[in-house]
Design a protein around this ligand. Structure first.
Ligand code: CTP
Ligand code: MG
Length: 230
């Protein structure tokens, strides 16, 4: 199965608060986006499309490998993935099924084994698959005043990571149906599920954690240092 990777890297990283767009922020001396591209490739992805913020296009092409396809992202993650998906369409000309893996640039330390698990589930026939982790904290619902209104049984709850894998035709069709102001999703599996397609799960990995705030970047730096020491 031919596999295309899409890396959503067009966000600004407001919560991280760096001077650069988050995907260009260095980790162990290398921009986050480069780590994300590399883990997709190491896990078995054949070609990669990266959605970048328009003002920094040149900065992204300067740091990314030459065979990575760079496209301009949009105002929302959904718009960025949509743009990359349109660019990915013409690429794989082979007759068989094509897999698309959609990944966050903000998950730099995703182990290649996780990417491989997602690809394996697609090869086994799933049309959509997401890596998930259990919820370990007690989880509650609060009212408008922040007062606890209910316990939420956590046994059936999962935290969803990326890369999320799809049969390409399925993802293209789901994005085709998802339009209008209400069509903003925080991930791609939601787009597919909105189209009525079952989304399967594989085991996620804590190392694929998303870098959102400054603390997350410090944790990732420690992880990189720990691996260098080994
Ligand atoms: N993303 C994107 N296009 C957007 C917004 C987000 O491609 N218009 C990407 C980000 O670059 C990131 C991923 O989606 O790799 C996950 O989003 P998030 O962690 O929210 O990143 P940012 O939107 O950049 O950060 P923030 O919300 O703190 O501004
Ligand atoms: Mg965001």
């Amino acid at each position: 199965m031919h596999a295309v990777g899409i890396v959503a890297a067009a966000g600004s990283g407001l919560r991280l608060g760096a001077e650069l767009p988050k995907a260009l922020v260095p980790l162990g001396g290398r921009p986050l986006v480069c780590w994300a591209v590399e883990s997709l490739r190491a896990g078995g992805v054949d070609e990669v499309v990266v959605a970048v913020p328009a003002p920094q296009r040149a900065a992204f092409t300067a740091v990314l490998p030459g065979d990575v396809h760079v496209v301009l992202g949009g105002d929302t993650r959904t718009a960025s993935v949509r743009a990359a998906l349109a660019a990915a369409r013409g690429h794989a000309g082979d007759q068989g099924r094509t897999a698309v893996l959609v990944h966050d640039a903000a998950r730099p330390l995703t182990p290649p084994e996780l990417v491989a698990r997602v690809l394996a589930a697609l090869a086994a026939g799933a049309r959509a698959v997401v890596p998930v982790l259990p919820v370990v904290d007690t989880t509650v619902r609060v009212d408008d005043d922040g007062v606890v209104a209910a316990d939420v049984p956590r046994a059936a709850l999962r935290r969803v990571q990326t890369p999320q894998g799809f049969d390409r035709a399925t993802l293209v069709e789901a994005y085709g149906r998802a339009h209008g102001a209400a069509a903003e999703f925080t991930d791609d599996a939601s787009v597919v599920r909105a189209a009525g397609i079952p989304v399967h799960t594989v085991a996620g990995d804590e190392r694929a954690a998303k870098i959102t705030v400054a603390h997350d970047l410090r944790m990732a730096e420690l992880q990189v240092l720990g691996e260098e020491d080994r």
